[in-house]
Design a protein around this ligand. Sequence first.
Ligand code: FAD
Length: 461
Amino acid sequence: MAATDSGSSTQPSYKASDGKHQRPAFESWGRYPEYEADIRDLHWQSDFPHAMEGVHNGALPVGMGRSYGDVCLLKDGTLLRTTGMDRLLAFDTTTGLLTAEAGVTLAQILDFAVPRGFFLPVTPGTKYVTLGGAIANDIHGKNHHIAGTFGNHVTQFELVRSDGAQMLCTPTENPDFYAATIGGMGLTGVITWAQVRLKPIVSRMVDYQGIQFHGIDEFLDLTQQSQSIEYTVSWIDVTSTGKNFARGIFMQGDHSQVPAPLKVSSKPKLVFPMELPGWALNGTTVGLFNTLFFNKQIKSRVSTLQDYEPFFYPLDAVLKWNKMYGKRGLLQFQYAIPWEYAREGTIAILQEVAKSGLASFLAVLKAFGDVPSPGMMSFPKPGITLALDFPIKPEKSFALFDRLAAMTHEFGGRLYPAKDARMTAPQFRAFYPQWERFARYKDRALTSSFWERVTEGEGDR
Ligand SMILES: Cc1cc2nc3c(=O)[nH]c(=O)nc-3n(C[C@H](O)[C@H](O)[C@H](O)COP(=O)(O)OP(=O)(O)OC[C@H]3O[C@@H](n4cnc5c(N)ncnc54)[C@H](O)[C@@H]3O)c2cc1C
């Protein structure tokens, strides 16, 4: 079994022969924690479980490493990288059902589907994630209040266990493994291929509206008024206090119904050039960014037609933007707090962040709807979700994260494993009380640093 990590603030460091710090070959998006692992590439569905030969310290299937923390890491273990299994297998233009290997990225699916008049049923804020990764974290998007999670649109997939057993999983065939694997964080087996239902579109464009709001009550009013709009999400300024506390921009949109050319997206040309020094993102620079972003939209409401790329994936325009956070990387914090305490909890957490003086560059607020997730361990639940990015400054940001996690617990919420590197074992057990039932479906040869941390090595039931 893999070695556990207590989440201590000292990072292991790797020295190259010239004495320079060398980063591990596989990193999560937050680039924290840094763990060495043996990497084996899967190219064909039949490569697993042969790739397990000689594995002594546990293994974990991984995709693009777009999770922020340690859910896609295994310290001193073996990572089974699935991005070589990247073939589209079948597409039915009448039903929109697409079958593809699990290492295909959502970017590849869009390049294939958009010119044919189809779009993803649910998409996260980056298209550089794999189909397998999207299922294993049961990701959500801006249309959660209407479409639920990604898993709601997965009609079937194949799960291969380390003993070689192959299982077709659907809502009615092996339904327990279907539910355990959607949101199952790669722990139930390797998803080799999956079928997902795409949705028809007639244009690349989105009918976009951006609306300024001041405070959580205005955000909640806008959420109420936009129930029938497919996509809603808000950017929120977490640095301002006083009359500007919790100001933001409510962004909403629907796919345009006016037919227009359905071309493939061009490839991004910008790559973030270097790691910024640790001091570059501080309260002043991020506060300035927030003021500029808020005032970029001079009018209180703007309406425009926007291409889907900047609407869904504004961050994908610059590759490797995580380097902006410097060598230490970044941590993301994302909670879901149920409606009962959503307003109170969100205000209290925003006040705590403002008080800390730690700057969050990206802060995204959204209301989750009540479409039930098919996954046993899925994160979303009806209420408010807030995602915050912080540069890692161990002495300050870890203490803040621990306070925010404790507050999330107090307000009856939970944290998102895909964005986590800090939640404690007692918190995990409280956030996901169903974890012991889930553990019955776990493959004993598979584990992750996240799982070892939050179950304190007792995760095989
Ligand atoms: C800029 C940005 C924006 C994001 N926005 C959102 C968002 O809006 N909503 C959201 O929900 N998430 C969001 N995320 C998180 C991201 O969507 C998820 O972490 C996603 O799961 C990453 O997929 P991946 O292919 O990179 O998988 P990895 O990060 O490599 O792995 C993720 C999990 O999937 C498992 N896994 C991967 N492949 C397989 C397989 N074939 N079989 C079994 N298990 C597998 C791994 O074990 C791991 O537990 C965002 C991330 C970034 C960087």
